[in-house]
Ligand binder design. Sequence first.
Ligand SMILES: [Zn+2]
Length: 511
Amino acid sequence: MKRLPSISVAVFALVLSVMNAVLYNIPFLNFIAEHSEGTGWQVGMLITMVVIVLLALHYIVFSLLLHLLRYVGRVLIAIFFFLSGTCVYFISVYHNLMDESMMVNVFNTRYSEASGFFSPALFITVALLGLLPAIYVLVQKTHPVDKRSWKTFGWSSGGALLLSVVLAVANLNQVLWIGKYDTELGGLVMPWSYIVNTGLHFAHQSQAQAKEIPLPDATIANEDKAAVVLVIGESARKANFQLYGYNRPTNPRLSQLSDLYVYDAQSCGTYTVAGVKATVEHQASADLYEILPNYLFRTGVDVSWRTRNWGEPPVHINEYLTIDSLLARYDYQGEVFDDLLFVGIRERIESSDKNKVLIILHTSTSHGPDYQRQYPEQYGVFMPVCSSVENAQNEPDRLLNAYDNTIVYTDALLADLVDSLRTITDWKCAMIYVSDHGESLGENGLFMHGVPMKMAPKEQYEIPFLVWTNTITRDFRQPDCIIDQHYVFHSVLDWLSIDSPIYNAEYDLFK
Ligand SMILES: [Zn+2]
């Protein structure tokens, strides 16, 4: 083989960046082209901008690896190219996404299962798209890394970064679209799809095995039958609840209840993981303490967790029910919505072999940006709704209509739950509904949620917090302050008569 002429590190990084785009990111670009709305000209512009950002950012990364890690950096890039070539085969042939669930499969597959994929086409593709480029990365001669190459790296990377930022800012209005397709985009962009998702997989695995700090032992104080149904909402914001003064009838049923308690509340975070953790922990903490369901289960309470969502701290109880396990357990027809979580709650309480029951429902109804897909048709009270998220920015009224319909649906789910708990006579029952965080619907140009708490607009943390009970023997406390999600823990302890050293009466709504 004739020796390849030596080139500068900058040119080499550029060549690698072009190879990465052309060889491995065609499925990614293809997906964007197929799923973005607009005229051919607009889509062409978008793709051009994405390609420029893709080239610029990879140029920076590859330059950095070659400068900082030298030959080790080169080996890493070769490995990435080999893996990316393999991924492109699976993406093209099996339409796989290199998302987190795929990484779970990859790391849990035995050889005997994997060998089923072996075929001449696989080997040829991997040889041409993976091995050959990887060998090129290893053998291409480059000028040494020196002061001059660092200087070139400095100005060229600075320029590339600036260009990327300018293009990203110019396309800020695509944030809803990206939110809708984040899994697909993140599962297709090479090599980050498998790198980031592998990291996420192991982070979540270690999180799942994370040892929580145990709370001091508790005891059940009496044998009275008591149950709590805790409903954790998703992206439901206070401002759109009629119960809190919203000027549209989004709570046609709950607003009829005279025995529903409505609290002014704020979430402890603006994203699901933070909001749910705060809802099940006894006090604000960066550490993971034993969470409410685990603590009560250990104490002898009958605990069930039903979810159509994700992001909660590890739950260690006997009955953790996902959509699939609920569908297997109950007769449920048609498209799945959050009402699946609410099926059979009354029977579940009444048939318990314990005197204390806690059922937690982790819903997902107001999850964006596809609000119009989160409720059954009959709850489409406010019309018209947006036909797609792409149009949402241009049609803020339609986005609001769709969001308000999710609140109407939530209203019906909670009212049905209250109606059914009301028919239970020999248990004292409480229903607590609290959202994980709020939501932006275009105020100040913001959508969705997740702005850091310190800078977050109130739409993202002002949440509904509703309590209903079937007994009026207790006085409700109406704190004169705005409450937060930590009130759940201590109120539940009180309602179920759990004696615990960490019980804090200040956070008890039933005291
Ligand atoms: Zn959430």
